[in-house]
Design a protein around this ligand. Structure first.
Ligand SMILES: NC(=O)c1ccc[n+]([C@@H]2O[C@H](COP(=O)([O-])OP(=O)(O)OC[C@H]3O[C@@H](n4cnc5c(N)ncnc54)[C@H](O)[C@@H]3O)[C@@H](O)[C@H]2O)c1
Length: 392
């Protein structure tokens, strides 16, 4: 670099611990997580730790090399088994499809790496239990990436509930709606829940709303569910007719340990909805609702106000009085969807660097396992037409 006034940056002089990161998968979530790691050093006045982007891993060498360079990783692997042996990597961040959560997460934990795994934790209850057992046995930190817990408005809702602002919680109603399968003529490859791992809507986005219900209201003890598939065949791009068994939508009635009841709904055929995730809670002293399409606002109603002032207040959760703010966004300068991942991954770095517990604000593999038990029970309830009492 020319110019006498140029001074090179001393990256190693940044204060605070450094943690080596290995990101497995360079698709949607691989990019979102890498983007969060890149932002962490300047988003907080004192980041808990500096993520050192050691390696990305994917099977296609040319594509992973390109992405790793653009996202400023030091290198890349084409074999995850080799990546988890890299001594510079402290954290495996598993951003692969649902059917590859199990093996690499267990192998990484057994190799002494801390593990973040995308949701749903696994394909089955058994896989999830094995992942939880392996991580617990290895004594590593583990987190299931239920990112919506880390949206500031959602965290504020949790804090208000902890303070008893709503009184006794009676009801939770949550919905997660998308539309990719609404057109029967849509090719299989365009319908994410029916192609690839064929996980279905309940595992794909129902898992988020179940985690949200548990995070805000508490443990779920009984469920009744109904899963539906209308488009039982789809044409692939190549013209073949493929059978579809994955659920396209589901509805559930849930009972919480504290006596509250809830209705949960997730859909991949909610025509017109791109990604609406919304919930409402009603209690003896107030109510709250939140909508991902308006993520910076929490709507709060409280009986504590004088009768003539009561109404749902639209709280802009963007000021210094609110949780999970970032350094460079002044009040009212709205944060986007990806900030949930930024806060989630920063939380995990903090837990690893300072040996703090991931729970209760982060979802552990235990939470991922419990969500899996609930999804399994809903599926059985739908098949058998009966209410299922849960044992974890
Ligand atoms: N929390 C969220 O907001 C959110 C949103 C979307 C998806 N997800 C979850 O994230 C996970 C990944 O979803 P996505 O949308 O990023 O999928 P994607 O298909 O875009 O990316 C998956 C990546 O994994 C790679 N991969 C697959 N098999 C591999 C192997 N054997 N070795 C190395 N790499 C391999 C693929 O090449 C690809 O790069 C899924 O479990 C999904 O449910 C979470």
């Amino acid at each position: 670099m020319a110019g006498e006034s140029f001074t090179p940056v001393q990256y190693e002089a940044l204060p605070g611990p450094r943690l080596g990161i290995g990101v497995l998968g360079y698709g949607f979530m691989g990019k979102v997580h890498s983007n969060a790691y890149l932002k962490i050093p300047y988003s907080f006045s004192q980041p808990a730790a500096y993520p050192d982007l050691i390696a990305m891993c994917g099977r296609d060498a040319a594509r992973v090399a390109d992405l790793a360079a653009r996202m400023r990783f030091r290198g890349y692997y084409t074999d995850w088994q080799q990546m988890i042996r890299d001594p510079d990597i402290h954290i495996l961040d598993n951003c692969t499809p649902d059917n590859l959560h199990h093996a690499p997460s267990i192998a990484a934990a057994q190799a002494g790496k801390h593990v973040i795994c995308e949701k749903p934790l696994a394909m089955t209850v058994r896989e999830a239990a094995e992942m939880l057992e392996a991580a617990s046995k290895a004594g590593v930190k583990h987190m299931t990436c239920f990112n919506y817990r880390f949206i500031p408005a959602v965290r504020l809702a949790r804090q208000l509930l902890e303070r008893g602002v709503l009184g006794q919680v009676y009801q939770f109603r949550g919905r997660y709606l998308q539309e990719p399968g609404h057109d029967p003529a849509a090719p299989l490859e365009d319908v994410w829940y029916a192609s690839g791992t064929r996980s279905g809507i309940l595992l794909g986005i129902g898992s988020h709303i179940i985690d949200m219900a548990r995070f805000l209201v508490g443990e779920i003890v009984a469920v009744s569910g109904l899963l539906r598939t209308w488009n039982t065949t789809r044409r692939s791009r190549a013209g073949a007719t493929e059978t579809v068994t994955a659920d396209e939508a589901n509805v559930a009635v849930v009972e919480f340990a504290n006596g509250a009841v809830g209705t949960l709904e997730s859909s991949g055929v909610a025509t017109g909805h791109k990604n609406q995730h919304t919930w409402e809670i009603n209690g003896s002293k107030g109510s709250m609702y939140w909508d991902l399409e308006d993520p910076n606002h929490l709507y709060v109603y409280s009986d504590d106000l004088a009768a003539e002032l009561r109404g749902f207040a639209s709280v802009s959760v963007t000021t210094g009085a609110h949780p999970l703010q970032v350094l460079y966004l002044p009040p009212g300068h709205n944060a986007g969807w990806e900030y949930g991942h930024l806060h989630a991954l920063h939380h995990f770095l903090d837990c690893v660097a300072y040996d703090k517990p991931v729970a209760p604000y982060g979802a552990t593999f235990e939470d991922g396992y419990r969500v899996q038990v609930i999804m399994d029970a809903l599926t059985r309830s739908s098949q058998d037409g009966r209410r299922v009492t849960l044992t974890y």
